[in-house]
Design a protein around this ligand. Structure first.
Ligand code: AMP
Length: 113
């Protein structure tokens, strides 16, 4: 999608270090990290909301979690733990309207509340 920052990164229009890429997703470091490890797992295709996902998207959904496993190994945070977050909509603070999963780790994360 034309004005989408994550689409521009995936197509190379905006340069960013791609830590991981497969046929469905890619991973970058968050530009404003909230933890020592703060990664974003992003589908290559432009999907805005979880509610827009369809049965055909199952391989992409699986790929998102495969990417999580790969990145947790790479960052070596499997033993200490990590948090996965998908913000959806205004109340959740979603600012980029392209589905993405945050991986947060590397410190004791604040309780949810
Ligand atoms: P969300 O609030 O879930 O929509 O999160 C969007 C995230 O994307 C925020 O944590 C931003 O810091 C991050 N972000 C925005 N632009 C970039 C970029 N160019 N490179 C890396 N992360 C970005």
């Amino acid at each position: 999608m034309e004005d989408c920052i994550f689409c521009k990164i995936s197509s190379g229009q905006i340069s960013s270090e791609i830590l991981y890429r497969d046929d469905h997703v890619f991973v970058i470091r968050d530009i404003a990290p909230k933890a020592p490890t703060h990664l974003l797992v992003i589908p290559l295709s432009h999907v805005t909301r979880v509610a827009d996902l369809e049965t055909d998207d199952s391989p992409m959904i699986a790929a998102m979690f495969e990417a999580v496993t790969a990145m947790v190994l790479r960052e070596d945070v499997g033993n200490t733990g990590y948090r996965l977050i998908i913000n959806q909509g205004v109340d959740a603070g979603q600012v980029v309207d392209h589905l993405h999963m945050h991986i947060l780790a590397g410190k004791k994360l604040p309780e949810m509340g």
